[in-house]
Design a protein around this ligand. Structure first.
Ligand SMILES: [Zn+2]
Length: 151
């Protein structure tokens, strides 16, 4: 049986940029809407999982990214200089950005595309709920969403 969680606590307002992209190479933002589907057997308590507990766990994972600039630490196109107080990014187009350290979340990704973010969120959630099948749906805009699942 499948359960789906969504809502305000699964919404992220973030800035990001993609390299080598006409429009998205500029720093811009999204209000990401995230839905998570969890699939498993109904247990002895007549539930697959407690909705509240599941939503709390997922929102804890997402919370640290909210209202941050997301930067892909493993990017081949961005060069980072990281100090205690700030992060300087130089792009392959030779643009340079300086961010206060506290405004940035470095993600272990090659790019902050919705596709890679869906895989990243999936794996973090799956670590906490290993016996369930997890599906992550990220809406980057009201008309664009990514769906990722893994057996
Ligand atoms: Zn974007």
């Amino acid at each position: 049986m499948k359960l789906i969680i969504s809502g305000d606590k699964l919404t992220l307002a973030c800035a990001h940029m993609l390299s080598k992209h006409d429009k998205c190479a500029h720093v811009h933002g999204h209000n990401y809407q995230i839905e998570v589907e969890i699939e498993g057997e109904v247990d002895d308590n007549n539930m697959v999982i407690d909705f509240g507990q599941f939503k709390k766990s997922v929102s804890e994972i997402l919370k640290k990214l909210d209202h941050k600039t997301l930067l892909p630490q493993n990017s081949k196109d961005f060069n980072f200089i990281i100090t205690e107080k700030e992060i300087t990014v130089t792009t392959c187009e030779n643009k340079k950005y300086r961010f206060p350290r506290e405004d940035v979340e470095l993600l272990p990704l090659e790019a902050t595309t919705a596709e890679l973010m869906a895989i990243y969120f999936h794996d973090l959630i799956k670590d906490q709920f290993p016996k369930f099948k997890i599906t992550v749906i990220i809406s980057e805009t009201p008309t664009s969403k990514v769906i990722y699942t893994c057996e």
